[in-house]
Each structure stands twice: as structure tokens, then as C-alpha cells.
Design a protein around this ligand. Sequence first.
Ligand SMILES: C[S@@+](CC[C@H](N)C(=O)[O-])C[C@H]1O[C@@H](n2cnc3c(N)ncnc32)[C@H](O)[C@@H]1O
Length: 349
Amino acid sequence: MNEINVCFGNQVKQIRLEKGLTQDSLAVMSGLERSQLSKIESGLVDVQISTVQKLSNALKVEIGELMQTRDLSMHPFVKWAGGKTQLLDRLIALMPKEYKDYYEPFIGGGALFFKVKPRHPHINDMNDELLSAYRCFLKKDSCDRLMAKLDEYDKNHSEDNYLIVRALDKDKNWQANADDVERAARMIYLNKACFNGLFRVNSKGFFNVPSGKKKTVNAYDKVNFINVLGYFSVSKPVITHEDFSKAVNNAKSGDFVYFDPPYDTWDDKSSFTSYDKEGFGKKDQARLADCFRELDKKGVKVMLSNHNTKYINELYSGFEINVVNAKRMINSVASGRGDVEEVIIRNFK
Ligand SMILES: C[S@@+](CC[C@H](N)C(=O)[O-])C[C@H]1O[C@@H](n2cnc3c(N)ncnc32)[C@H](O)[C@@H]1O
């Protein structure tokens, strides 16, 4: 696919959606075949200037605006514990200006990833429900099916339906047969409808967050989904599901790795670290520090965020450590929310 066609197609689709038009109605208004419009929006065809003119008239926007490959602005499609949205400015200021491939082995909601839009991304997480959603953006067909399924969940939302959807992971038949789209739709809907946007599973691996008791749910932002689809079609992210140490095996000199692991805990503070049934303990933090050092030796640029605990400071002594203040918004225990000190650690200046 040609990058310019993809950006142009995205621009047409974004403006069409902002104006509340369906593909059918824009096809009629512009005098184009619907199938041709669909190909244009998917970035599959070169567009003639006469076609651009027709679309600009139908959408009532200047040709210049239509041709502007608007900066694809994206944001996380799930609310994720430990999400880095409020530290973004600090992280961006501290990350390298130039690098080859981008690795984010604890991708979670991907706040930094969606902000930076790296050209050659490798993303990874141990949570395969979450990855099923990322994989849906690799193909237009699966992204369309995901949106349709989420529309259905939103429309049928009720307390009873929440419980039915939540219980699907206990249904052996569903577990055996659900594809990425179905898993992703369930995960995103539950994330938006549950209490406090938490993804938490019990010791058996079943999602167990209570309902947020919302009257209505808007599980996704259509323009954001379309932008993610467009970005993925150009950047073709490598998406893996393995332990962080394996996910960075191929990182080479000049690449950039950003580690945002589950937090180390203070003994006296309650923090959320159990994204999956195994959890992430002190030994894992030590394994991660070893991995950080290995990458450093290979000439990879590495940045890591964590709580400002004594243990983390000891593990990374000798590296560049910046202390920053952050607000913890998601915690099952209210006393675990509020201001906390975090560190951003780097092997470069
Ligand atoms: C702090 S969150 C990442 C938050 C993310 N940066 C964001 O902006 O939303 C940590 C993530 O690490 C994942 N994780 C836990 N153990 C892991 C492991 N051993 N290897 C890779 N990922 C792991 C969790 O599933 C979780 O999504």
C-alpha cells in the first residue's frame, strides 16, 4: 500500500465521519461508485485530481484540506492501569530524538506508542486479550468487524449483558472458538463498562471486575480506530506475545526500547501490579534490570519507568535516573490513588 494513498483515504473517511455521512451517501453526493469510494478510503487506489475535486465538492471542504495528510492523532483504545498518558511530555522530552526500530515490550494501553507513532514498531505484552485488539488493526476487515461488534455491545448494554459478556471467559466453547475480533470486542467493552477501567483477572485467570453501573457505554472512538488502522497499514507493527526478555531479543545497536513494567511496590503502599494471574514481583524486576544491562551492552538505547523505590534505585544504580511526580488514577484501593514519585531511567543522555 502507498503511504500517501492511505493518508488521503484516511482523511476522506475522517471528514466523512465527522460530517455524519455514510459511504453510500457520500458516493451518491460525489457521483462515485461506492466500491470505488471504499477502495479510496482504504488507500488501495491512486486518486485522480478530478476525483479529488468531486470529493471536495461533496464534503464541502477545500481541496487543500482534503489533500492535507492530517497528522494522524491517536490515543489508547483502552484505559490501562499504569497508563502513561500524564507522563507523556516528560517521556517524550527524555527519549532519544533518533533511533532505528522502536520496541515496547510492556505495551499495555500504548500511551507513548500512540503519541510517538514510531516508523518501525515492535510491540508486546503478556496479556493476549489485549494483543487480540492490537492485531485487529492489522487488517481493515477485522477492524470493521470489531467496530460492528462493539456497536452491538454498546446498543445492548445493560447490567445483565455486562455479566453475560464478562462470563464468556468461563465458557469453554467460547474460549476454544472466539477469534481475535470477538476477544478484542469483549475486552474493550468490559474495559469501558467496568468499574474504573481496570483489567484484572482472578487466580484462575477469569476477568472479575464489577460493573461500572453505567447507563450507556461508548466503547470506542471511531475516528481513533480509523487512524490506528491507517497507521498500522503503514508502519506494520510486529506484535508478539511473550515475556519481555524474549520480545527484545532482536533489538540491535541504534534501536530504542521503552520498558514500562508493572510497578515495583512500596511495602507501606497499595499498588496495582497484577495484570495477570502470575503478577510481577521483585525477581521479575531484577530479571528486567539484567535485560536492561544486556541491551545497554549491545548499544541499544533503553528507557524505563517505574516507582521511585529504594529497590529500583539499587537495581539501576549507575544509569541516568530522573525523578518525576505522577498521579495514580487506577487502583482498586482508593488509598493507592493520588500523587506518587516515579523514575525515568535511561542508559543515554
Ligand atoms: C504498566 S503496564 C504498561 C502500561 C502502558 N505503558 C500504557 O501506557 O498503558 C504493564 C504491562 O506489562 C504487561 N506484563 C506483565 N508481565 C509481563 C511480562 N513478563 N512480559 C511482558 N509484559 C508483561 C501487563 O500485561 C501490562 O499490560
